[in-house]
Ligand binder design. Structure first.
Ligand code: ADP
Ligand code: ZN
Length: 217
């Protein structure tokens, strides 16, 4: 099963992906995570990407594609992939199409998670992340039990691009570049629109219900 999660920053794609991974045994592939890994490993690609990420701009397509196509070669992607954060503009929808055709796969479901912008801003302001394993927390809805990460003991930090001025630009970039993807995929008849306001578990319940109805393997 290959799933694409669409939605603005902070719409909850990562939280839903974590749950899907566990239940369906398919891996989440987040281009944001791949890029952050490249940055923290001090690669040349990471150094260039960081300039864009720190401003909330999209990283050039060729760089993201290089990371993504490498990642998909890993055997753990054989069962299926949850695409999180890619595609983010119309050109990337074509790049993804090509990658899938190469692998003789196709997207089974596209899930568009909708959350009003004012709530997104609140969520991003309260978002925290483990610097060790990347686990997500939220100071309002899912605070860590202690000072450090519950999974790995790592330090819990605010992501550089969750700072207020950068958040504003990320939302503008989403509106301009990524929003048109909703129309693109709804034409294909494989997209579900989901209300992303509510408890993570409830949204997940609705999502898995839909997957079952579609009878996707
Ligand atoms: P969010 O969805 O919360 O904004 P991500 O972790 O998905 O966060 O992405 C963080 C940053 O990484 C983006 O603002 C952008 O600079 C870069 N990025 C991630 N995915 C892509 C992509 N597909 N194309 C271009 N840039 C990307
Ligand atoms: Zn951790």
């Amino acid at each position: 099963m290959n799933i694409l999660l669409l939605g603005a920053p902070g719409s909850g794609k990562g939280s839903q992906a974590e749950l899907l991974e566990k239940e369906y045994g398919i891996v989440q592939v987040s281009t944001g995570d791949l890029l952050r890994d490249a940055v923290s490993n001090n690669t040349d690609l990471g150094a260039i990407a960081k300039i864009y990420m720190d401003k909330g701009e999209l990283v050039p397509n060729d760089l993201v594609l290089e990371l993504l196509s490498d990642r998909l070669k890993n055997r753990d992607c054989d069962n299926g992939v949850i695409f999180d954060g890619f595609p983010r503009n119309i050109e990337q929808t074509e790049l993804l199409e090509d990658l899938l055709v190469e692998r003789e796969r196709e997207l089974d479901i596209v899930v568009n998670i909708e959350v009003p912008f004012d709530l997104i801003i609140t969520r991003l302001n309260s978002r925290r992340v483990c610097s060790g394993c990347g686990k997500g927390y939220n100071t309002i809805t899912s605070p860590p039990k202690g000072e450090n990460c519950e999974s790995c003991g790592g330090e819990i930090i605010i992501r550089d691009d969750d700072r207020e001025d950068v958040v504003k630009n990320r939302l503008d970039v989403y509106d301009k570049n990524t929003k048109p993807l909703i129309a693109h995929y709804s034409q294909k008849g494989i997209m579900i629109n989901m209300n992303g306001v509510g408890k993570i578990a409830e949204i997940y319940e609705e999502l898995t219900q839909y997957i079952k109805e579609k009878k996707v393997q």
